[in-house]
Design a protein around this ligand. Structure first.
Ligand SMILES: *Cc1c(COP(=O)(O)O)cnc(C)c1O
Length: 475
């Protein structure tokens, strides 16, 4: 399997060659040259598989430059109930992504039982093991530099901690993350993890990362890498749980299932699109946004108008506070029939801060063929949905999942099961749950003293020179 750029001006590469990089040199995103297809017979064979076997079956069709036995071992050590340990007592941790039935035809798919209690662990844990394997093979090392407002940074650190050949430099806004998120990251004592609290906001952190990445000489000399949401391996890993969820709620491959996906960067729902393109019988992919509703606007109107970070609202589902959905280009590439010239024309507007409208050329009418629909929630909707879910089903959900459930209910159809992706456990967003329910959500026992563990971090001014010096000193 070769990977091509959505902008069509970069050479096709193998999986291992795109694993450690970010954007393609032409500014596009990597996509498989064609989607592998799973037949009805394939699906029947996959129906009873364990998560790890299912992951291997799917990923081996996308990754053909890692020997089968090695890939199998990497996947087997990633998807274990010990890594994804935080299932609710009523759920089966050995399923890795267990489902929870709320009522007939309505389910949660729990993707947040990994070490950082958010769905990003599903892909990031695999990435950590793939990075270590590929780096060892070519005798290289990498220094991962990232900026986080919470979930991505912690998932990356828990995936990369203790890994040979990898160091992580993670910038976060000083005193701006939740107490839980801060404690999760800063309590890590591994030598290869460097937490840097920047005196500024998230955008300052992001700008520092961009400035370092734009310094080609520094980047090459210090082997700076990234694990951002456009990484193809993250999308590929996420494809697996759509299959797992589908099999959990159906008895035969003749049935259709819809999924509702709390969305920000379009990474999670992009994986659903890919699963559908590979032959998984998906009816609808419901894109659920919060008040930052660029994607909802697109799927309702055909106009994609990304906003600036200054126009991005801080909401009670902070991991979806995104106004430029970086993976969206992957879907549009398929929508335009993989015509990279059209993608370049559309993004020449977006990259200059503009917008595009797909109504004029009839493309917007084709979106329906992909099952994608959308909706959004506001704070009051999420609070009400958390209360309703608790009252009706006795289940506590977090604000991101509440957004998914709220919009899912707007698109339910008889005889089509609706699966809501649970993207974080409520313990991660305790304050919002207390606001909704007047009581704290349950927290996994092993995390009970998290906030009182010793913390290890360095405080830094929002200065590009300072972070460059810091990296130079540490490596
Ligand atoms: C990252 C994240 C999302 C958004 O996922 P995208 O892939 O960016 O669309 C939703 N919920 C939670 C809890 C997250 O951490």
């Amino acid at each position: 399997m070769r990977y091509i750029s959505t902008r069509g001006q970069s050479p096709a590469l193998n999986f291992s060659e795109i694993l450690l990089g970010g954007l393609a040199p032409d500014g596009g995103l990597y996509m498989p040259e064609q989607y592998p297809q799973f037949s009805d017979a394939d699906l029947s064979a996959m129906r009873q598989m364990s998560y790890a076997d299912l992951a291997y079956t799917i990923l081996s069709r996308l990754i053909d430059d890692i020997p089968a036995a090695d890939l199998k071992a990497i996947v087997a050590k990633t998807y274990t109930p010990e890594v994804y340990a935080y299932a609710r007592p009523s759920q089966n941790a050995t399923d890795i992504t267990p489902t929870l039935k709320l009522e007939d035809g309505l389910y949660l798919l729990s993707l947040s039982n990994g070490p950082t209690l958010a769905f990003k662990d599903m892909a990031m844990q695999l990435l950590g093991n793939l990075f270590e394997y590929v780096l060892a093979k070519v005798g290289q090392t990498t220094n991962i530099l990232g900026a986080t407002s919470g979930d991505t940074g912690s998932a990356a650190e828990y995936a990369m901690r203790g890994k040979k050949g990898i160091s992580v430099f993670m910038l976060s806004p000083h005193k701006k993350m939740s107490r839980f998120q801060t404690a999760q990251m800063f309590s890590l004592q591994d030598d290869n993890i460097h937490n840097i609290a920047v005196k500024g906001v998230f955008d300052d952190c992001q700008d520092m990362v961009k400035a370092v990445s734009n310094d080609a000489e520094f980047k090459a000399k210090h082997k700076i890498g990234a694990v951002n949401s456009i990484n193809w391996a993250r999308v590929a890993a996420q494809v697996v749980y759509y299959f797992k969820g589908y099999f959990a709620v159906t008895k035969s491959n003749a049935e259709l299932v819809s999924f509702a996906v709390p969305s920000g960067n379009f990474g999670n729902v992009c994986a659903g699109h890919v699963a559908r393109m590979m032959g998984l019988p998906i009816k609808k992919l419901v894109v659920a946004t919060n008040e930052n509703d660029v994607l909802d606007e697109f799927f309702k109107t055909g106009v994609y108008a990304p906003r600036t970070s200054a126009q991005t609202l801080h909401t009670s589902s902070p991991s979806m506070d995104i106004s430029k959905a970086s993976n969206f280009e992957r879907f549009v590439f398929d929508l335009v029939g993989r015509d990279s010239e059209q993608v370049r024309a559309l993004w020449s507007k977006v990259d200059q801060g503009g917008a595009f409208d797909l109504n004029a050329n009839g493309l917007f009418a084709k979106v329906a063929n992909y099952g994608l629909v959308s909706g959004s929630s506001n704070h009051a909707n999420r609070m009400q949905t958390i209360r309703d879910a608790y009252a009706k089903y006795g289940v506590t959900i977090d604000t991101h999942t509440a957004d998914g459930l709220k919009v899912a209910l707007e698109y339910r159809e008889t005889n089509v099961p609706m699966v809501v992706l649970e993207t974080a456990l409520p313990a991660k967003f305790e304050d919002a749950v207390v606001e909704a329910l007047g009581q704290k959500p349950e927290r996994p026992a092993s995390l009970s003293g998290l906030e009182s563990l010793p913390q290890r971090f360095d405080v830094m001014d929002a200065s590009v020179q300072a972070i460059k010096q810091y990296i130079t000193d540490k490596v």
